[in-house]
Design a binder for this molecule. Structure first.
Ligand SMILES: [Zn+2]
Length: 248
């Protein structure tokens, strides 16, 4: 990925970014700019606080291993952490209400009948903004209530602040599509065949947010595993864990 360089319009420090990145945050002053229009970022930019250091992060993951029902007994002692990094990952948060009206056929019991239903839900829809990195967004119960205005001084030393590759409008389009799919799935629980479904959205102000996430790799019996840990609340978002059958 080619690296490009501009000067921060606020503090004049060199601002490096990769091609494809759209919303870029200065590591020295926190100034955030939308690259393709060269204008300062005018939307709300929030931050979730990072609440513990590397040692504590590893201990949390070890107790998670110890409390797992499927993990081999005593694995926390033998797991070797090879790669432990704190990232400030960029997300778009889109508060919205989605209403789906649908008509469908219900035929799983008795005679076929036509049903008309409405699904109405309120969301803070979360879009992860990196295309090349895998992140289990749907498993991340992001603790939005703890957010504060973005402040680079609150970012621990050594943490890597990533930039967004997705603009606000694209994030909204992705959110709409994902919600449509979800509602379709929900409708299919109620009817056997959907005749028509229409979803309407009421979208409130989206905001940009950096959330601390520890991404760790550990080795156990020669194999590598990955864990995502919420750096704000200290919960494992998703983690691979070995399952010993005991027979081999
Ligand atoms: Zn700056």
């Amino acid at each position: 990925m080619a690296t490009q360089k501009i000067s921060c319009q606020h503090c004049d420090a060199p601002l490096k970014y990769s091609s494809g990145e759209i919303v870029v945050t200065c590591p020295y002053c926190g100034y955030t700019v939308v690259i393709d229009v060269g204008k300062p970022f005018t939307l709300e930019h929030s931050l979730l606080p990072s609440n513990f250091d590397e040692k504590k992060a590893i201990n949390i993951v070890k107790s998670w291993m110890n409390s797992s029902f499927i993990a081999p007994t005593g694995m926390a002692l033998r797991a070797k952490f090879t790669d432990v990094h704190l990232y400030l990952l960029p997300f778009w948060i889109i508060p919205l209400t989605a209403t789906s009206k649908y008509r469908g056929l219900f035929e799983r019991m008795g005679p076929r009948i036509e049903k008309k239903e409405t699904i109405n839900k309120r969301y803070n829809w979360v879009i992860f903004t990196q295309r090349k990195t895998e992140f289990p967004t749907r498993e991340f119960d992001i603790p939005l209530e703890g957010r504060m205005p973005y402040d680079f001084r609150k970012i621990p030393e050594g943490a890597k602040v990533l930039n967004s590759e997705i603009g606000e409008n694209e994030a909204i389009e992705i959110a709409k599509q994902q919600i449509k799919n979800d509602h379709q799935f929900l409708a299919k629980q109620e009817v056997d065949k959907i005749i028509e479904i229409e979803t309407e959205f009421k979208i409130d102000d989206a905001y940009y947010l950096h959330a601390p996430v520890w991404i760790m790799r550990y080795k156990y019996k020669g194999k590598n595993y990955q864990v995502f840990l919420d750096g704000c609340r200290g919960e494992v978002i998703k983690g691979d864990i070995p399952t010993d059958s005991g027979f081999f």
